[in-house]
Design a protein around this ligand. Structure first.
Ligand code: FES
Length: 131
């Protein structure tokens, strides 16, 4: 087995923020065309920040570890900050990835951005209805 960092092992064995939120403010999804794995992220926004976040993932150990790390990076951040979380930030948070697993961290980046886009879309819909 290739070397994986202690951070990677910890996120894989004890993933944070597992499970989808009920009635979230935003839901995002990303699937990998490379391997068919997927990630769903749900968020609750409180005062412009990601107050709660939960995920469900079907994927390899790296997908699970990076999804856990991605949700930890996003929780407590403003939606602007969270939307700037890049795959490279997620990879760094798990102490690096084997070369053939680097695409796994893209799931977190894209699913979080998709959830934020969904949240913004719903907010626009709500404000249009009140006009
Ligand atoms: S997400 Fe495709 S191998 Fe990990």
């Amino acid at each position: 087995m290739e070397f994986v960092s202690p951070e990677y092992q910890d996120h894989f064995l004890n993933p944070r923020n597992v499970g989808l939120l009920e009635e979230p403010d935003g839901t995002g999804m990303c699937g990998s065309s490379e391997c068919g794995d997927w990630l769903i992220v749900t968020i609750r926004v409180e005062k412009g920040k990601i107050g709660e976040i939960g995920f469900q993932c079907r994927g390899c150990s790296a997908a699970i570890a990076t999804s856990s790390a991605a949700t930890e990076l996003a929780r407590g951040r403003t939606i602007e900050e969270a939307s700037r979380i890049a795959a490279s930030d997620i990879e760094e948070a798990v102490g690096g990835l084997p070369e053939d697993k680097r695409h796994c961290s893209v799931l977190g980046e894209e699913a979080i951005r998709d959830a934020i886009a969904d949240y913004i879309g719903r907010s626009v819909g709500r404000s249009n209805r009140t006009k």
